[in-house]
Design a protein around this ligand. Sequence first.
Ligand SMILES: Nc1ncnc2c1ncn2[C@@H]1O[C@H](COP(=O)(O)OP(=O)(O)O)[C@@H](O)[C@H]1O
Ligand SMILES: [Mg+2]
Length: 190
Amino acid sequence: MEIGRGAEAVITLENGTVRKWRLPKSYRLAELDERIRQERTVREARITSDARRHGVQTPVIRDISRFELMMEYVQGEKLKDVITPETSKKVGETVGKLHKGGIIHGDLTTSNMILRDDKICLIDFGLSFYEKSVEAQGVDVHVYFQTLESTHDQPELLEEAFKIGYASTYSQAAAVLERVKEIKARGRYL
Ligand SMILES: Nc1ncnc2c1ncn2[C@@H]1O[C@H](COP(=O)(O)OP(=O)(O)O)[C@@H](O)[C@H]1O
Ligand SMILES: [Mg+2]
């Protein structure tokens, strides 16, 4: 059964296991296309598992081949549909642990978060990478805030709740949140 189809991949559920297969892109040269799809698949498998070692909930990766991943099905609601200030605070705690562990998610939208048993489970690590700079962390948080602003009512409450959670798990939070303001201002003048 197909459960998702993004710009990049087809996601199906087959007896309890999710299969994420990255589609070929005809506008890219075949060789480059294969390299990109393979790289994102490997990256997603590695960092999804590594994030769990830092106390962040992610699906268990069960198998990997060149362009596809098999992983645990995360049963729950897409955060996009159920977000509240309380859950946004939990997103902050989760992202704080990720950043403390040196991981940047790279696509922190509320479509890439699933609320399972009152906990945030992060998915879709295909654009993630290892970096500890305030700038990279700031951009990660900025993407989350932008999603809130474009898809949810009362983004301010959700943002404030996120900040409280983020500061509770990550000691460099204040510097990152200061940078987020700068990044936002920069965006306005581009
Ligand atoms: N392990 C999983 N458990 C449950 N649902 C999943 C899982 N992986 C993906 N999905 C569903 O499929 C959608 C697309 O998957 P995602 O990994 O975000 O791919 P894309 O790169 O296309 O955004 C998600 O928004 C989610 O609804
Ligand atoms: Mg996604």
